[in-house]
Ligand binder design. Structure first.
Ligand code: GLV
Ligand code: MN
Ligand code: MN
Length: 418
């Protein structure tokens, strides 16, 4: 049976990691940055070299298809992302893209010819860095985000998605052409590092995802009154940072007190203006990430934070604007695919378990289009979104092998009704 060429795969992972906005070992590839565009070109060159058919949509999602013998059957899909948050590592997303290409290569070399087409999707902006909202490409594909709303998203410099699409060469088609019909794929399976410690701790090879936690993001803009740090006396202060600091503490408190161990809250963006030591901060911009496996506790914490932010700003005479960038439901993975992934792991002689994904992934939205699950592989100490993120070549190889078995099975015509 197929074994990934782990040396070639590792070399490609390392080459892709060198395409970064920051010096090694940091990987940073923000949507449509020069590094992101170069990374796309790198992956497309591999796919083209393997004879895959490439299509790109209006938001820059890339589809690399291995045509099946029966083009009338909906294809089976796999994929992930290659954009990377600031100060990231080299495995998040990349393993599911380059690992998938390696499985295609292995299957091709074994002489296998799929009945259904097998398609790799490289999703645009799984990471929320530029526009504050994650899974931009898959969200649009699933019809979970109105294209006209997305088009007017602005980054920190006020540049819209419409403008970025033009700059990146995706502006010719309207964004409304991105959504795909339900059932366009017979199934979707995403290979990804776990981004948590469980598989390593339990000495397991594979996690099969049954549920993906529900993410939400708030953006808060606070406007106070700036001034000279020596001259403005304390009773006169309307310091935007202090209101922001109270809100950030409230996020932490709200997430800790829902009663659910799965609620997590993070204020990951906190910028102040003008950012001078002898000047009272006149503005603060916060982005808050709040997640849970349960909607009830997540939504209660969200409402609590919003209410507290209003009270804090009123008490401190700070003007504020608060926006829910996304408030998503959790995903439930397809039970048949979960079973198939467990049996494929077993057939490969690997130890697997069922898991929850606490991180979000493009699978959150692919699950709205077709039966979906994810394969996790262990990563060292559960570390992710850091330059020291690591999975070994052998761990990645095992993940690729299970993915290969699944794609092999799913590309049979009988899986059409799954
Ligand atoms: C994905 O990167 C996430 O933040 O869960
Ligand atoms: Mn990530
Ligand atoms: Mn990821």
């Amino acid at each position: 049976m197929f074994r990934a060429d782990s040396q070639r795969l590792q070399r490609q992972i390392d080459e892709l990691a060198a395409i970064s906005e920051a010096p090694a070992p940091v990987v940073t590839r923000v949507l449509f940055s020069e590094a992101d565009l170069k990374a796309r070109a790198y992956v497309k060159a591999i796919a083209t070299g393997m004879g895959l058919q490439i299509r790109e949509d209006a938001v820059g999602n890339i589809f690399a298809r291995w045509p099946g013998k029966d083009p009338s059957l909906p294809p089976v899909a796999t994929g992930s992302h290659i954009d990377a948050i600031p100060n990231a590592g080299r495995y998040d997303g990349v393993v599911g893209v380059l690992g998938a290409l390696e499985t295609f290569r292995g299957l091709k070399e074994s002489g296998f010819q799929p009945a259904r087409s097998i398609e790799l999707i490289i999703f645009t902006a799984e990471e929320p860095t530029r526009f504050g909202i994650g899974c931009l490409g898959s969200r649009l594909l699933a019809g979970a985000l109105p294209p006209e709303k997305a088009e007017s998203f602005q980054d920190r410099e006020g540049v819209t998605l419409a403008e970025w699409r033009n700059r990146a060469g995706f502006g010719k088609q309207p964004l409304s052409s991105v959504p795909l019909p339900h059932g366009c794929y017979s199934g979707f399976v995403e290979l990804h590092i776990e981004q948590g410690p469980i598989l390593e701790k339990e000495g397991l090879d594979i996690g099969v995802v049954e549920n993906i936690a529900a993410p939400s993001t708030l953006r808060v803009s606070l406007t106070g009154v700036g001034g000279h740090a020596g001259a403005v006396l304390m009773p006169e202060r309307r310091d935007a940072l202090l209101a922001g600091a109270e809100i950030a503490l409230m996020v932490d408190r709200a997430a800790r007190s829902t009663g659910s161990p799965d609620t997590v809250g993070t204020t990951g963006v906190f910028r102040i203006e003008p950012g001078a030591v002898n000047s009272v901060p006149c503005a603060a911009h916060l982005e808050i990430d709040l997640r849970d496996t349960q909607l009830k506790t997540r939504d209660a914490a969200l409402a609590e934070i919003e209410q507290a932010a209003k009270e804090i700003c009123a008490r401190r005479s700070i003007q504020f604007r608060m926006e829910r960038l996304n408030v998503d439901a959790p995903a439930v993975c397809d039970p048949n695919l979960v079973e198939l992934a467990l049996s494929a792991s077993e057939r490969a002689g690997l130890k697997a378990r069922r898991m929850i994904s606490r991180a979000y992934h493009d699978s959150l939205f692919m699950a709205q289009l077709c039966p979906t699950t994810m394969l996790f592989i262990p990563c060292r100490a559960g570390v992710s979104h850091r330059p020291d993120e690591y999975s070994s070549p052998e761990q990645i190889q095992r993940g690729a092998e299970v993915l290969s078995r699944i794609l092999h099975d799913l590309s049979r015509p009988t899986h059409g009704t799954m």
